[in-house]
Design a protein around this ligand. Structure first.
Ligand code: NAD
Ligand code: UD1
Length: 346
């Protein structure tokens, strides 16, 4: 069985990917410092998969320790999820993001070089990196293909751009590197068991967790940021993708890197957009709960519409998303209603 190391594996996307990798015959190893996740995730993963998943608790910034972890597990591939992801916080504290996100990626890449030399490996493990549609900035049109110009509008987005460039430089310098850059659109939903899901600390910044917290009664109403966008109903349109589809995209990416030579950059999205009001209506329908909302001003930095052209992922990885908006809302609701306070209430 090939082992796959997941940095940030206890987080939202990492935990769902761990379950999916295991179901597909890989042996996932979770590495996390729990800076934005809860150790209870590991119990939930054991409940879902029926076995204890190996955990390495520590920080990706610790290069020496990380290279020892690599030598211990000899992973065929690494998926690098670990990092900070709050856009607003990145504007207020840019150094935190440059340090943890860019510093974390540099540390991981150096640990890979170190372990490859020390272990006498033929080449470094394959590497999959969590990038984001945020690298497209304000796209000139939709759908977005991977060759659209990249830009950034905040320090978080800037770190994704810099890391993509660092990876490209390393591939150019050493052709034995195999890297898959995955640009996620808007991951939502949860594992169908309702045992793992998205658990933001404090008021959620993103739409779906906010809607679910309103539906469960944790917050009185949703603020809809803008009603005058040039979209069919005036609210923002995004490419929401079920986190289980996203997880399957990672398995396909790992397989592709292990079986087919070369590196790639692909969008992981569904190829269709939904407005804020469509999400609210779908959530009310599947949960049977009202989601009161009020229109407010646009949020600074938001774009009107954003959705992927997922053709390249289909061609290169043989992957495409299969789950629709109702399933995303139903699974988000199962997680939220069974864990109203997230993991914290245990
Ligand atoms: P998350 O915060 O739930 O998971 C990240 C995990 O990394 C957390 O468990 C955290 O404790 C861990 N971590 C952070 N810094 C670490 C460090 N220095 N050492 C060890 N562990 C560390 O976030 P997520 O939503 O699962 O996102 C995973 C990745 O995907 C991130 O890189 C994020 O930027 C990217 N991404 C997320 C989204 C999204 O909407 N969720 C969209 C696009 C890209
Ligand atoms: C946000 C991030 C982006 C990141 C993406 C990942 C910002 C500015 N951008 O983008 O960098 O890559 O998440 O998923 O944070 N909305 C409301 N009310 C809310 C929350 C959101 O109306 O309380 C609207 C937004 O205006 C938008 C849509 O819902 O139209 C989706 O918002 P969100 O979930 O925050 O995702 P993005 O804006 O796409």
């Amino acid at each position: 069985m090939s082992s796959v190391l997941l940095t940030g594996g206890a987080g939202y996307i990492g935990s769902h990917t761990a379950v999916t990798l295991q179901a597909d015959g890989f042996e996932p190893v979770v590495l996390d410092n729990f800076s934005n996740s809860h150790p209870l995730v590991m119990d939930r993963l054991a409940q879902i998969t029926g076995r204890d998943m190996p955990l390495e608790q520590g920080d990706v910034l610790d290069t020496g320790w990380l290279s020892q972890v690599l030598l211990r597990h000899r992973p065929a591939a690494i998926v690098h999820f670990a990092g900070d992801k709050a856009v607003g916080e990145s504007v207020a504290q840019p150094l935190k993001y440059f340090h943890n996100n860019i510093g974390g990626a540099v540390s991981l890449m150096r640990a890979m070089v170190q372990a490859t030399a020390e272990g006498g490996w033929e080449r470094p493990p394959a590497l999959v990196f969590s990038s984001s549609a945020t690298v497209y900035g304000d796209p000139a049109s939709v759908p977005i293909t991977e060759d659209f110009p990249r830009s950034h509008t905040n320090p978080y987005g800037h770190t994704k751009l810099v890391i993509e460039d660092m990876l490209a430089a390393q591939i150019a310098a050493d052709p034995s590197w195999r890297v898959g850059v995955l640009r996620y659109f808007n991951p939502v939903g949860a594992h169908p068991s309702g045992l793992i899901g998205e658990d933001p600390e404090g008021p959620p910044n993103n739409l779906m967790p906010y809607v679910s917290q309103v539906a469960v009664g944790r917050r009185p109403f949703l603020q809809v940021y803008g009603s005058d966008y040039p979209t069919p109903d005036g609210t923002g349109v995004r490419d929401y993708i079920h986190v289980m589809d996203l997880a399957a995209g990672h398995v396909a990416a790992v397989r592709s890197l292990l079986q087919t030579p070369g590196s790639f950059t692909v969008n992981l999205g569904t190829g269709r957009g939904h407005s804020v009001l469509e999400v609210v209506r779908a959530f009310e329908r599947v949960s049977g709960r009202p989601v009161p909302f009020r229109f407010t001003d646009r949020r600074a930095g938001d774009v009107a519409q954003c959705w992927a052209d997922p053709t390249r992922a289909r061609q290169r990885l043989g992957w495409c998303a299969t789950r629709g908006l109702d399933e995303m809302c139903a699974d988000a609701w199962r997680w939220q209603s069974r864990n109203p306070q997230g993991y914290r209430a245990g």
